[in-house]
Design a protein. Sequence first.
Length: 156
Amino acid sequence: MIGIIRVLAAFLIAFTVHADEFAGRVVGVADGDTITVLVGVEPRRVRLAGIDAPEKGQPFGQRAKQALSRLVFGRTVRVVVHGQDRYGRTLGEVRLPDGGSLNELLVEEGWAWHYTRYSKDQRLAEREATARRSRRGLWVDPRAMPPWEFRMANRR
């Protein structure tokens, strides 16, 4: 009996690990930090966890979207699920075919901020600091406005 319980427990643990990630082809790019991944026949909207890219109406918003498209549109990615946001999107880290992190790459190239309100990921913090020092992407503008400030200003 104990042997059966151990086998079932191992199966459930393995299933849970795999249930927290999925793979599919990127079929849509909404903006600089949101994609649509086709999993079988089901489209899943994915908000990249730990980062925040410029909004569409904000300077560099279109360039951030183009950078994201260049990196993943039409490619198969793996999404490591971190939860769900208030809009029902999957929050996740997107893994590229080479195993690298799309989230980290966008920050490293200067197309997104490390979203410290929701993330304490030191790798993202280091990549943002490097991009700022190197004046990559949006960091060519020394007064680049974070998207959360832009959204707040536009709510008023």
